[in-house]
Design a protein around this ligand. Structure first.
Ligand code: SF4
Length: 77
């Protein structure tokens, strides 16, 4: 976050209390060149709060769930 777009904003912007705030933070992330790395950092470290890499907490939970399900799929031979 020290080199991303978020350095130009208050940290509070990325820890919104409502859906409107989430959308504002996500728009900032969408203009950040570190978005994909930031998202992977949040997923790897299981960061549950705030907007990271252009995703909400709910979206990251969904991504992690999908990855777990994909990893559990048997490989077709
Ligand atoms: S993707 Fe968003 S939270 Fe991550 S570094 Fe960029 S602006 Fe900051």
């Amino acid at each position: 976050m020290s080199t991303g777009k978020c350095r130009e904003y208050s940290p509070a912007v990325f820890f919104p209390s409502d859906g409107v705030g989430v959308e504002i933070a996500k728009k900032i992330c969408n203009r950040c060149e570190l978005q994909s790395q930031c998202l992977e950092y949040a997923l790897t470290n299981r960061i549950n709060h705030g907007v990271w890499g252009g995703t909400s907490e709910r979206q990251r939970r969904r991504i992690l769930k999908e990855r777990r399900q994909s990893a559990a799929q048997p490989v077709a031979l």
